[in-house]
Design a protein around this ligand. Sequence first.
Ligand code: GLN
Ligand code: ZN
Length: 755
Amino acid sequence: MTARPFTATILGSPRVGPKRELKRAVEKYWAGRMDRTSLESVAATLRRDTWEALTVAGLDSVPVNTFSYYDQVLDTAVMVGALPPRFADVADELDRYFAAARGNDEIPPLEMTKWFDTNYHYLVPEIGAGLHFGLNAAKVLGELDEARAQKVPARPVIVGPITFLALSKAVDGGPAPIQRLPELVVVYGELLRLLGDRGVEWVQLDEPVLVTDVLDNAAELTEETYGLLGRLANRPAVFVSTYFGELTDALPALARTPVEAIGVDLVGGGLSALAAIPELADKLLVAGVVDGRNIWRTDLEAALGRLTMLSGCAGHVAVSTSCSTLHVPYSLDAEADLDPALRSWLAFGSEKVAEVVALARGLREGREAIADEVAASDAAIESRRADPRLNNGDVRSRISAITASGARRGPAGKRLVAQQARLELPPLPTTTIGSYPQTSAIRAARAELRAGTIDFAEYERRMKAEIADVIKLQEALDLDVLVHGEPERNDMVQYFAEQLDGFFATQNGWVQSYGSRCVRPPILYGDVARPKPMTVDWITYAQSLTSKPVKGMLTGPVTILAWSFVRDDQPLPDTAAQVALAIRDETVDLQAAGIAIIQVDEPALRELLPLRAKDKEAYLRWAVDAFRLATSGVADSTQIHTHLCYSEFGEIIGAIADLDADVTSIEAARSHMEVLADLNAAGFGNSVGPGVYDIHSPRVPGVEEMAASLREALKSVPAQRLWVNPDCGLKTRRTDEVTASLRNLVAAAHQVRVG
Ligand code: GLN
Ligand code: ZN
């Protein structure tokens, strides 16, 4: 190999800024309150500080071109000239970029979807039949020049051509995007030549799609693509990085190509396949042994052992994170009052960099050279193992007892009879999904409580006033099943995490979700238990104001797991069962307080679905078990609802049926009720509320339109089991929009009821 092999790196890093500086700057720019020059200077400062920190920490190859004003897939679309023509009229380049990301008054944005199985969302490139790819390397070269001026050992990072096309969608009757690979490879070839001209030593091409089953000829495409790119003269050394799981047949295929380095995720995959590949002998293997997407401290002793074994399989070994640290917060330094034991168990972005550097040194100089680091890691692991909060005997024995007794609800038909007798609802009952608009008064009350300017009693008084308003509104609208409106919840997962043992909420652990949006996932570190009821006071207060049934509103175990950082010291299903038990306890208390309907939301059911087909069934089994554990503690006469949204349900439709909720409300307004036929085909015979209007848009749907949807739904579902509701919660809408839409929704239901 002619390029100098590097020894310590990460695959990418967060970019919103340790204090979310970029978020604030772009949002000001969008609102017209910051000019272009100031925005660019915030961005340049963030890039400079990031590179400097990584270089000073001791990485000998530093990822660049990982900065983004919005999204790295959109950046790649711009780089290959693949912005759809509808944006061409936006003259300014940056504004065109933001228009593609967010839309403007005239042009709808690109669609957004989940980045593999993470909580990051990317913009889906559209590849039309008439699209011609063409290289626009300005961003890559700009960041490269900046980094080099700063004397950073820069390695440009670019989404690879196979992944780019596999994640794109065809439009305007174009062929499947992946069929355009040969054309796109030419563009990547030009890019490599440009980088070669500049004397760039290494370039990283990200191909995470190779760890999934999305492409059925992944190995073949890999060998062709990287064979071609690898044979180009005058190019940098190519590092193909893969992450979010194990490479199977794409690994030997990649090894047969002339690329100089291959990155493998050793957190999501094992070592065994690597030993069997002779071609690795003259490659640099970039070993992702430090978890880039969870927040636990690495067991350095174990990681060093694995690295040492790998040394025998490859020409050189470099230490790396398993993926970009985009998915974890910047640094533990921002957490002032963290329990010291817990702090010692954690590694955020900058701590992971230190781990990589230590491991690289240990690999080079021997374990003794990092004896102190290994000792600290051992001590943390031992403290974590021995901590009583991670082993709550009571919780564990209760779960075994319930599972052993096989606690189940009665058959669905029997439940339906019991519930009809108790609830006396009209046919086609109307309801909503839970949240009502989060008004500025609600947000102000929360901020004041946090700042200490009001006490909890005052906060509670204001929330109850909100609840009373929402109940009054629903009665005026003549809805059949009411909700309390969730004013006391900002983020639903955080709301429950804050009240459960075993969770910890960070102060500044922000992670980019999409564009300028960040979330602060709670850390699920220990055994989960519910010290006291979490929602009963709010719901019973709401119920006291009306004679109509008020739905209790809970979040399901899978969704709570999906939106948290979850402990890695026991199987996920065990953790899910503990969360489920806490939710079950809450349902039992709600029932005892006289609540007749309880909804357990699982909007993230699809999100944790594994990337590989072979793992899907086991996941769906434990996800369903967890939901059933959470919901089977109540009487047959208590009606269990669930709610699902945000996804294509195709692959999980059978699991949705298996949840066996009495009523399932499901996003359908945009998919035109197709989901109902799918549910029928899966043998689902319980009640269902396909969303009849899209809450993601401010548009107020008309009575006729919703009545037509209901008539459409009645073709698949008999009236006795059809419910009428919006697509999702209403928290992001304005009160006037919600009032008008729901008035029409109720009118539509009435119209269809009489025939
Ligand atoms: N009950 C929640 C709400 O209405 C459900 C949220 C969701 O589906 N994401 O806001
Ligand atoms: Zn929803």
